[in-house]
Ligand binder design. Structure first.
Ligand code: AMP
Ligand code: ZN
Length: 439
């Protein structure tokens, strides 16, 4: 089965043809760790987590290498450390942990490799040196800049014209720049700012070179899939592509470039700068389960905009409650993931169609298929034989309690309730009988 993915560079769906099916490589730009993730930030994390599960299904878990970086040096981090009067490392360690906790709550597995920018400075300095040597970068006033006019393909990923790129990058037109679209590879650090020695003086890297250097260090010159949100196409990925191609003797950086659309509220995309953010942690604290949030994030196709509102959450919760209630009442174990379901995801991650397929399986009473399919979406870990045995015991106890109550033997029904409580099972008596969940 071929996985087909929409490639931003060619603006077409492309079959995924990994360079080495024994080592399929994917890199997704990770967070800059100085604040809590909002639900828009969670969209790429969840989308690429689903893709990773699909790749694992197709190529084998041990043949997929997924890297997601941590940007732990950045002017916003420095500002946060100054504002809080703490060390930079305190800020980055705290928010990296928050990020991992928030994403795990959404069922996102940790990446195989999480390179930290500050641990790859040598590779960045080395790459910048090569770019200077090749004449595509130049040092000026303690900075090193990439000369976009030296790379004829500059703009081919974002398909922008140079004047749009200049406006889009909101680059300050510093007097030391040869061209207004030239971007920073290295910049000087003041004494109180974090910095590393380099041939161009004490300083720190620009954001774009971090990913180019880390990708090469942990995955290689050309990776199979490079991902992130739509806003990263320009300038971040355009610049990564330019730097890496020039530093790696023309080797393409990625076979397939993937970008998720924006999650928004009303007409606006959710973004810190617009001030319309809802944090993942706030949603969890408000009582929405990680699975509801995850399913809501997957309800739209990843390239489409996703409108986030309470209605979406309520609808999603109702659906998930129905499915989970249905699965809970059965001990039937997971089957293989249905081929059609896999094919749906293999068609450019068609998650809305996958969700519709789950609804169909639930109508048809296909418990085994649902368990497998939901596991593949990361909505439920596939049920182990022990879980299934537990479920059978619990169902039997719940039935015995119902019988005791019907026979007005309340001592017995209370005894059974206590036994279930001791097993960590929470009973919910409702109009249509008693349901239960693991507490
Ligand atoms: P940032 O912290 O802004 O660098 O964003 C981290 C990741 O989240 C990047 O891949 C962004 O493209 C993505 N992202 C940020 N805001 C949104 C949004 N509203 N909807 C979808 N993805 C987003
Ligand atoms: Zn990046």
């Amino acid at each position: 089965m071929t996985i087909t993915l929409y490639d931003t560079l060619t603006r077409q769906k492309q079959p995924l043809v990994p360079a080495d099916p024994g080592r399929v490589t994917m890199y997704v730009c990770g967070p800059t760790v100085y604040n809590r993730a909002h639900i828009g930030n969670a969209r790429p994390a969840v989308v690429f987590d689903v893709l990773r599960r699909l790749l694992a299904h197709r190529y084998g878990r041990e043949h997929v290498v997924y890297a997601r970086n941590i940007t732990d040096i950045d002017d916003k981090i420095i500002a946060a450390a100054v504002a809080g009067d703490v060390e930079i490392g305190t800020v980055t360690a705290r928010y990296e942990q928050h990020y991992l906790d928030d994403m795990r709550a959404l069922g996102v597995e940790d990446p195989d490799i999480a390179p930290h920018a500050t641990q790859h400075i040598d590779g960045m300095v080395q790459m910048i040196g090569v770019l200077v040597e090749r004449g595509v970068a130049y040092a000026a006033k303690d900075h090193v800049l990439f000369d976009v006019s030296a790379f004829p393909d500059y703009g081919k990923l974002s398909r922008r014209k140079l004047d749009e790129m200049i406006a889009g990058a909101r680059v300050e037109v510093a007097p030391y720049k040869r061209g207004p679209a030239d971007f920073v590879l290295w910049k000087p650090s003041a004494d109180e700012q974090p910095g590393w020695d380099s041939p161009w003086g004490r300083g720190r890297p620009g954001w774009h070179i971090e990913c180019s250097a880390m990708i090469r260090a942990v995955l290689g010159e050309t990776i199979d899939i490079h991902g992130g949100g739509l806003d990263l196409i320009f300038p971040h990925h355009e610049n990564e592509l330019a730097q890496s191609t020039c530093a790696n003797h023309g080797a393409p950086l990625a076979r397939i470039w993937m970008h998720n659309g924006f999650l928004g509220m009303g007409a606006e995309k959710m973004s810190k700068s617009l001030g319309n953010v809802t944090l993942v942690s706030e949603l969890l604290a408000a009582g929405w389960s990680g699975e509801v949030l995850r399913l809501a994030l997957l309800s739209a196709h990843y390239r489409q905009p996703l409108e986030w509102n309470d209605n979406l959450l309520e609808q999603t919760k109702a659906t998930l409650d129905r499915w989970q209630g249905f699965l809970r009442r059965s001990t039937e174990p997971a089957t293989e993931v249905p081929e059609r379901f896999v094919a749906t995801l293999a068609d450019d991650l068609n998650t809305p169609e996958a969700v519709a397929a789950l609804a169909r399986m639930s109508r048809l009473g296909d418990v085994g298929g649902m368990r497998a399919a939901m596991g593949m979406l990361g909505l439920l870990e596939p049920v182990t034989p022990e879980d299934a045995a537990d479920t059978a015991t619990i169902n039997a106890l719940v039935a015995a309690r119902r019988a005791a109550r019907a026979g007005k033997d309340f001592a017995e029904s209370d005894r059974i309730r206590d036994e279930l409580t001791a097993m960590g099972v929470v009973l919910e008596d409702g109009a249509d009988g008693t349901s239960w969940r693991r507490g």
